[in-house]
Design a protein around this ligand. Sequence first.
Ligand SMILES: Nc1ncnc2c1ncn2[C@@H]1O[C@H](COP(=O)(O)OP(=O)(O)OP(=O)(O)O)[C@@H](O)[C@H]1O
Ligand SMILES: [Mg+2]
Length: 346
Amino acid sequence: MGSPGLGTGNSGQRLGITEPISLGGPTEYDVIKTRELEKYLQNVGLYESQEEAVSREEVLGRLDQIVKNWVKAISRAKGLNEQLVQEANAKIFTFGSYRLGVHGPGADIDTLCVGPRHATREEDFFGELHKMLSEMPEVSELHPVPDAHVPIMKFKFKGVSIDLLYAKLSLWVIPEDLDISQDSILQNTDDQTVRSLNGCRVTDQILRLVPNIQNFRTTLRCMRFWAKRRGVYSNVAGFLGGINWALLVARICQLYPNALPNMLVSRFFRVYTQWRWPNPVMLCAIKEGSLGLQVWDPRKNPKDRYHLMPIITPAYPSMNSSYNVSSSTLRIMTDEFQRGSEICEV
Ligand SMILES: Nc1ncnc2c1ncn2[C@@H]1O[C@H](COP(=O)(O)OP(=O)(O)OP(=O)(O)O)[C@@H](O)[C@H]1O
Ligand SMILES: [Mg+2]
């Protein structure tokens, strides 16, 4: 895992919508405490083995090959000429906790297949690709959910759980080095594609907007572990899920760009104990964009005014990622932040 990183990753440029609270760097004590913290996180089994990491990479490589074969097969079946068939391409991107580098052993991998305009969601993705997967001996527990808000195919590949989304771009050819961070990628796509691209675009932004990725990762691993222990890790139950904890930690990293994880954990509790919700937590300013997609804005959208704990996603179109929070779950989390803060102060 290496030694704790110092916050020099982005050559001193300010990240975030305000100045940092402190530019203070670590003391010898912080370095020791952060090492202890990392060791603790390892001992409780939060890190996967080298073997498991390699096996996941192999699975992702296979999956990428499968969608490439799929897109060529459907291009041929649609009667495209041989040159276009050869050029036809699709590509797998990852997001979620795997992409952030904070997943534990046995975690699922959130993946996105990006395909060209002639590869449709209904017939080609949920039809032909589903059929190809169902015939593969490595694939088990295959569950397509085409009517979900974000349509998804869930399955296991060689025992690794995969969530697979689909984005149908308006491009005829998907370049292998496609950059999905550009907003223009959303042009002329359907709503499901915009929503499916969102997870990857948000994850990319988070990694760009934190001053030191290694410190961010260790702190986030710690906060995810703490939240699960304290029973406040769950989107569906009205608490916070993976993305929300990631955004909260990322903001603390911006506010203390040179701090090590031991300090970041204690500042996390201090800042969010004092936070005056519903002031939003944001990593960057909300972009209006030129595509006319709706972004979070309580001045314009009446429903956004009811959000109690807004934690805004950093990629266009920005949304509140924690609309599920209620006054009772907010109170429980605030009490937990307070408890954490008191423990860190002693
Ligand atoms: N409420 C939401 N708002 C915006 N994006 C979301 C939301 N829920 C999920 N996502 C996107 O989907 C990704 C995967 O979600 P998931 O719930 O699997 O979280 P995770 O970070 O992978 O944590 P876990 O280890 O619990 O799977 C998130 O990282 C995020 O990009
Ligand atoms: Mg996940």
